[in-house]
Design a protein around this ligand. Structure first.
Ligand SMILES: Cc1cc2nc3c(=O)[nH]c(=O)nc-3n(C[C@H](O)[C@H](O)[C@H](O)COP(=O)(O)OP(=O)(O)OC[C@H]3O[C@@H](n4cnc5c(N)ncnc54)[C@H](O)[C@@H]3O)c2cc1C
Length: 486
């Protein structure tokens, strides 16, 4: 069973077991007319031009007839068995630009594969040209400037290893094999965001190849519109080939975990809701449901051990007689990695655990016994206080970034898993109009629009300017909508 966690060591079912606790389409097709085409692609049909592309790129190009095609198109979520037109393992920025040129000419959508861990399987798409960034896996750390620069296909573990070697760190997710770019561009459900902001808040620069093939440097004073858009707007605006992160000192996390089980889940949720009502930036908290072991609660405090003990005491009192399992940890680059699986997901950003939402969650938990898991992780502090329109990422204000997922091993279990996830998501919608886009299944445009809320019109205008043909649509898609850019 995969555990989809937002922090380093705690909360995982494996840990509980180990410690004995467990038990558009291309609407604007005409737009390509004004983009210059190199004479390299002379053929009118895509198949012949693929031969040209294969010769022009330095990286390997695979298509249906190539050995290794089936292996290469596999992504982390095996529920998505998709067949791209071709896959290019890009070796440099020029390879990426040549792929764009082909995609523009034939209006073929582009699927970007970074770490390949998209829950909705976006790293691969039927009929698309996949740009695989696996070769863009490099990290450099400037200890004096406290900046890490990574390639667009770098995994979390590699960023963490290199930054921790310098005694520094930036908020990331807990699974080391997840792609840094895929997580950061969607915002990031991250550990340490209360103190430092979330992943996209620490993105201080990037290199982006846009659909027109231009290589653009982004930052607070360079291409500000795109810099704003990629901090939350996902892979909608081009291929990010480099990301620069602000680094911070490592602060130890003091945690306590309480096993609740299957009895009294609603009461535990209410107590949890009270405890997270007013938290210091150093605090973290999570409510977790395991399909076998039932519910558990975790709290943590980053910083001084005495202050941590006082914070944890409140939780110990609230969850008595459950025993607190105490631990102290620092980020772990070798953090758990989950093998490929077939899984259905949905997400919700729950602002407040009061009123009817607790009953909905408790009922979903009971109905999910033996089927699915839930993870409700506190988003607070610095990440919560950043104004909604400062970046495209829309999950500002304190809340619980929540994920519901259910795996299956045998095909006959698929329908049950998908039903529980869909019903849980639908039941929560009245209390959570927003959600972390990386926790969504492939979603209707209306849902994406609603989630981005006040930021959507600006995103759609930037999209229209830089990707009018919506070549980057194999994602949580922002539709290009022309309008006046402020
Ligand atoms: C086991 C597991 C644990 C996870 N844990 C967390 C967590 O703790 N916190 C959290 O926030 N999320 C978590 N996630 C979700 C994760 O953030 C998303 O699945 C994310 O899309 C993974 O990025 P990737 O590069 O690995 O995926 P890919 O499938 O390679 O890419 C997904 C999409 O991201 C975009 N993208 C990726 N790289 C680039 C790039 N270089 N340029 C432009 N666009 C790009 C593209 O739209 C692409 O289609 C987890 C997922 C899994 C499977």
């Amino acid at each position: 069973m995969r555990i989809h966690k937002t922090d380093f060591r705690l909360w995982t079912r494996r840990d509980f077991v180990r410690t004995g606790l467990a038990a558009a389409g291309a609407a604007a097709v005409g737009a390509r007319a004004h983009w210059g085409m190199s004479p390299a692609f002379a053929a009118t049909d895509a198949a012949s031009d693929l031969d040209v592309l294969a010769r022009r790129v330095r990286g390997r190009l695979l298509r249906e007839s190539s050995p290794g095609y089936d292996e290469a198109r596999r992504v982390w979520n095996l529920a998505y068995d998709r067949r791209p037109l071709a896959m290019v393992r890009a070796t440099d920025v020029d390879d990426v630009r040549r792929c764009m040129e082909f995609a523009r000419k034939h209006t073929v959508p582009i699927a970007i594969r970074g770490g390949g861990h998209s829950d909705a399987g976006y790293g691969v798409a039927d009929g698309a040209l996949q740009i695989d960034l696996g070769m863009f896996n490099h990290v450099t750390v400037d200890r004096d400037r406290r900046v890490a620069s990574v390639g667009g296909g770098t995994r979390i573990r590699d960023l963490l290893r290199a930054s921790l070697a310098a005694g520094l760190y930036t908020p990331m997710g807990g699974c080391g094999s997840v792609g840094v770019a895929g997580l950061t561009l969607a915002g990031g459900d991250t550990s340490g965001r209360g103190l430092y902001g979330t992943a996209c808040d620490n993105l201080i620069g990037a290199q982006l190849v846009t659909a027109d093939g231009e290589v653009r440097e982004l930052g607070p004073d360079r291409n500000e519109d795109l810099y704003w858009a990629i901090r939350g707007g996902g892979g909608n605006f081009g291929v990010v080939t480099r990301l620069d992160f602000r680094l911070h000192p490592v602060v130890p996390l003091h945690s306590a975990a309480f096993q609740i089980g299957w009895q009294g889940i609603a009461g535990a949720l209410r107590a949890f809701g009270e405890l997270i009502r007013d938290t210091p930036d150093e605090a973290r908290a999570g409510f977790y449901l395991d399909p076998e072991a039932g519910a558990s609660v975790e709290c943590g405090y980053r910083g001084d051990a005495t202050a941590a003990a006082a914070y944890i005491d409140k939780w110990t009192a609230a969850f008595r007689p459950a025993q607190a399992r105490l631990s102290t940890s620092t980020p772990n680059p070798e953090g758990e990695v989950w093998g490929t699986t077939s899984v259905a997901v949905d997400g919700a950003f729950i602002e407040d655990l009061s009123g009817g939402v607790v009953d909905v969650l408790a009922r979903a938990a009971t109905e999910g016994r033996g089927i699915g898991q839930m993870l409700l992780g506190l988003s607070n502090g610095v990440a919560a206080r950043i104004p909604m329109t400062a970046t495209a990422y829309p999950l500002r204000g304190t809340g619980l970034s929540s994920l519901f997922d259910a795996e299956w091993r045998k095909p006959e279990a698929r329908a049950r898993a998908e039903r529980w996830v869909a019903e849980t998501g639908a039941a929560l919608r009245p209390w959570a109009r927003r959600a972390y886009v990386n926790y969504l299944p492939p979603s209707a445009p209306e849902r994406i629009r609603e989630i981005y809320g006040v930021n959507y019109p600006r995103l759609a205008r930037i999209k229209a300017r830089y990707d009018p043909a919506n070549l980057f649509r194999e994602n949580q898609n922002i539709r290009p909508e022309a309008g006046r850019e402020r």
